[in-house]
Design a protein. Structure first.
Length: 85
């Protein structure tokens, strides 16, 4: 009969269970964070030269055309590629 009248400690059992659950939860969360692969790095796509560079390139092409280094057809082709049309 000694076991039947043994005092019970429900608060201690609850605290021990909560501590065990907290440790298990944090361990699982940490493991999940470690197993995730890092996101892939993708460099931004080049957007083409900025407008100022296009203008400088167009001026350079005009100078080459004026000096006779390139003819009318070459100038038109390069200009259309530069402008994008």
């Amino acid at each position: 009969m000694g076991l039947f009248f043994r005092p019970r400690r429900p608060l201690l059992r609850l605290a021990a269970g909560a501590a065990t659950a907290t440790v298990a939860y944090n361990a699982g969360r940490n493991r999940a964070e470690q197993e995730q692969p890092p996101p892939e790095y993708r460099p931004p796509a080049p957007a083409g030269p900025p407008p100022n560079d296009r203008l400088d390139e167009l001026v350079r092409l005009a100078r080459l055309h004026d000096s006779g280094a390139i003819d009318d057809a070459e100038f038109a082709t390069m200009k259309s590629r530069l402008i994008g049309g």
